[in-house]
Design a protein around this ligand. Structure first.
Ligand code: MN
Length: 206
């Protein structure tokens, strides 16, 4: 198999956004999405394709690359770009123009079991998102049969820790700075109230 074939068959792509760039406004502006999706996400995918071309990772899925490179000091750039590629695709689906509100019944039942109330779950997500020092992510995850909130720094992902992600909020400054400047908490609260895609999280329960 030629290198060209390996590279071509394994190239990662930026998946289409699940909605138009302007439809998350005014919570997240079209301008933010244009840069975040069109420049940042695309950049991670392009970097990943360059880094894995011709390597043992060239034909692996993102999940396999993440599992194979996590914790390896000489593979940090590959891990970072693979995880950021995965995280961003997951983030876009964690948002929806008519989000917020009530989770589907099966998910809500598990949220109530784990957190007591939906508000307590949202509050814990907001706290994780606002207290993540520097760049990173806040996540709702399934840990065994319990739903939990975790936060990760930079590109790190719950996937790398054996947890099953249900939804995520990107708290890198590029996710909110054009719209909210330093007010990360306002971005997080607005996302949780207006955009968060509980149906996507319910689907991920499996
Ligand atoms: Mn981002």
């Amino acid at each position: 198999m030629s290198t060209d074939t390996v590279t071509r068959t394994s190239a990662h792509v930026v998946p289409p956004l699940p909605y138009a760039e302007s439809t998350l406004a005014p919570i997240i502006s079209a301008n933010t999405i244009a840069f975040h999706y069109g420049k940042h996400h695309k950049g991670y995918v392009e970097n990943l394709n360059k880094l894995v071309a011709g390597t043992e990772y060239a034909e692996m899925t993102l999940e396999k690359i993440i599992a194979a490179t996590v914790g390896k000091v000489d593979k940090i750039p590959i891990f970072n770009n693979a995880a950021q590629t995965w995280n961003h695709t997951f983030y876009w689906s964690s948002l929806t123009p008519k989000g917020g509100g009530e989770p589907p019944a099966a998910l809500k039942k598990q949220i109530l079991t784990s957190f007591g109330t939906l508000d307590a779950c949202k509050k814990e997500l907001a706290t994780a998102a606002t207290t993540q020092f520097g760049s990173g992510w806040a996540w709702l995850v399934l840990d065994g049969n319990k739903i939990k909130v975790v936060k990760t720094g930079n590109a790190d992902s719950p996937l790398a820790k054996g947890l099953k992600p249900l939804l995520t909020i990107d708290v890198w400054e590029h996710a909110y700075y054009l719209d909210y400047q330093n007010r990360r908490a306002d971005y997080v609260t607005a996302v949780l109230d207006k955009l968060i895609n509980w149906s996507f999280a319910a689907d991920n329960l499996g």
